[in-house]
Design a protein around this ligand. Structure first.
Ligand SMILES: Nc1ncnc2c1ncn2[C@@H]1O[C@H](COP(=O)(O)OP(=O)(O)O)[C@@H](O)[C@H]1O
Ligand SMILES: [Mg+2]
Length: 498
């Protein structure tokens, strides 16, 4: 057996204890340790904090000038499939040992054949999540730009494709197209072999896309029964008169095409109708709507990921595509006409923003709240936790959080996610790229995971829009941070005045 790394010190309960570190090289914050408990056997705990104390008594007792005291949080032991706290407290003076990987894996209860997302903390323990929980109960990936969200989403997509789970990927930057090719990885500690998913990924692009030539198939819509709100969004029609005329025309129509609306508007005796007709004609001629549109049944198929490459498409049209495609799939799924599967939405704050409603907001809320009943899961990815609809985020059972620094986003995470302690928040601010905090009811305790390398090729920032966006983002973040600081100063001065 390995030698002890510490001794329990002071008062200890069955939930937490302090220990004097006797081997400072072997103990770090976040490490997993074990202690023998008379009644329960080996119990797992984690180092929450390490403090250097100035105590002549302890210095003498441990024959060391500097004494380190570690605060440990008890995780418990696994019994009948559940994590249980020990029934009796630990005894001061008892030895603390480094926990071995097998004890950690067993205690935390990672699913044997689960979705392999990476390695636990500094250990070699593979973190595997239950695929059913992950898919059916939704997952969100939150982090600031450049910290590894899309990379992590790619890891999960690989695992799901390996299991032939039907996927639909909404890809505003076309960054998942590269998953067709194998990654350039060598031997790695994660034990991952390179592989591409060319035979499993089908790239769709709207007919108007500048990338249509590199797509596998065209994605078009039927343009039937577009709502007034959708038409106004698409056309950017601002005139209240034109908008009123549109509502008037739609009142007389059932099951209509855009041409039908134009015909109806033409009948109206009002000079303002020409602006509206112009706007409607522009939508009709956008090239997105076809007599024979894409059959949504082909978009959620076992063993395949349908990837909708939205690069170069105007935001209003992106929103309409997302809204229509997901709505149709949700209806088909309810009737059992497509298999259970998962919808991945990158840049989800653009499709379900917090402040104003977007065209796709309703359907994303619906899938978030009702999808699990019908076997339709959601993976939402966003760099702005503060800017995404809280109804969507709060429905995600599994949360994967990489580095976040913006105070508003931190607040959103604190408020929106259960089980996020002040300690975890501090951790999140300091996470290195590719390392995540994972919160899931299935795990019982949040864990830090070094996300594994990708089997397939990861591509970053290939489109123009992607390069423009972070700039805008940073501007916004700077503004928010300034406001936050202003708020702090105001509070500070107010408290000094009183
Ligand atoms: N788990 C990881 N392992 C190795 N490299 C990673 C990992 N996660 C992220 N990276 C690196 O960081 C870069 C940014 O990651 P990306 O997922 O594109 O960021 P985001 O989507 O959050 O903006 C990637 O191109 C990759 O080089
Ligand atoms: Mg990204």
């Amino acid at each position: 057996m390995r030698s002890a790394v510490g001794k329990i010190h002071g008062s200890a309960s069955s939930f937490e204890f302090d220990f004097v570190v006797t081997n400072s090289k072997a103990v770090k914050r976040g490490d997993y340790i074990k202690v023998w408990n008379e009644k329960d056997g080996w119990v797992l705990a984690q180092v929450a904090e390490i403090l250097a104390v100035d105590s002549p008594k302890l210095s003498e007792q441990y024959k060391s000038k500097e004494v380190l005291i570690a605060k440990a949080r008890v995780l418990g032991k696994r019994e009948e499939g559940k994590l249980k706290m020990p029934s009796s407290p630990f005894i001061p003076g008892d030895s603390v040992y480094t926990a071995e990987d097998s004890l950690i894996a067993e205690t935390l209860g990672f699913a044997e054949d689960g979705i392999y997302i990476g390695l636990l903390g500094d250990t070699g323990v593979k973190v595997k999540l239950n695929p059913n929980t992950l898919v059916q109960k939704h997952v969100c990936i939150l982090a600031r730009t450049g910290s590894g969200k899309s990379y992590t989403a790619g890891v999960i997509i690989e695992e799901l494709l390996d299991r032939n789970v039907p996927l639909l990927i909404i890809d505003p930057h076309g960054e998942y197209v590269s998953m067709k090719r194998p990654g350039k990885i060598r031997d790695n500690e994660f034990g991952v072999e390179p592989r591409g998913y060319a035979e499993k990924i089908v790239v769709y692009a709207p007919p108007t896309s500048p990338f249509i030539d590199s797509a596998d198939r065209e994605l078009s819509l039927d343009g039937i029964n577009l709502t007034a709100e959708e038409l106004i969004e698409l056309s950017g029609l601002r005139s209240p008169t034109a908008q009123a005329l549109l509502y008037q025309a739609l009142r007389n129509l059932r099951n209509y095409t855009i041409a039908d609306i134009i015909e109806e508007v033409e009948k109206i005796k009002h000079s303002g109708k020409w602006t509206l007709i112009g706007a409607l004609s522009k939508i009709e001629n956008s090239g997105l709507f076809k007599q024979k549109p894409t059959d949504p049944r082909t978009l959620l198929v076992r063993g395949k990921a349908s990837l909708i490459d939205l690069r170069g498409i105007e935001p209003a049209y992106q929103n309409l595509i997302v809204s229509r495609v997901i709505s149709e799939l949700f209806e088909l799924r309810k009737r059992g006409e497509v298999e259970p599967g998962m919808i991945v939405v990158e840049e989800a704050h653009n499709f379900a923003p917090e402040r104003e409603k977007a065209v796709a907001t309703n359907i994303l809320r619906t899938v978030a709240s009702e999808g699990r009943k019908f076997g339709l899961g959601l993976m939402v990815i966003t760099q702005r936790p503060a800017r995404i609809d809280k109804n969507v985020i709060s429905q995600c059972n599994t949360q994967i959080i990489l580095k976040v620094t913006n105070p508003n986003d931190i607040n959103a995470i604190k408020k929106g996610i259960e089980g996020i302690t002040a300690e975890i928040v501090e951790e999140i601010k300091r996470l290195p790229t590719g390392t995540a905090v994972v919160v899931s009811p299935e795990l019982e305790v949040p864990v830090v995971v070094r996300i594994r390398v990708r089997k397939s090729m990861h591509s970053e920032a290939t489109s123009i829009t992607k390069e423009e966006e972070p700039q805008e983002e940073r501007e916004e973040e700077r503004k928010e941070e300034k406001e936050e600081k202003k708020g702090f100063l105001q509070r500070f001065f107010r408290s000094r005045r009183s």
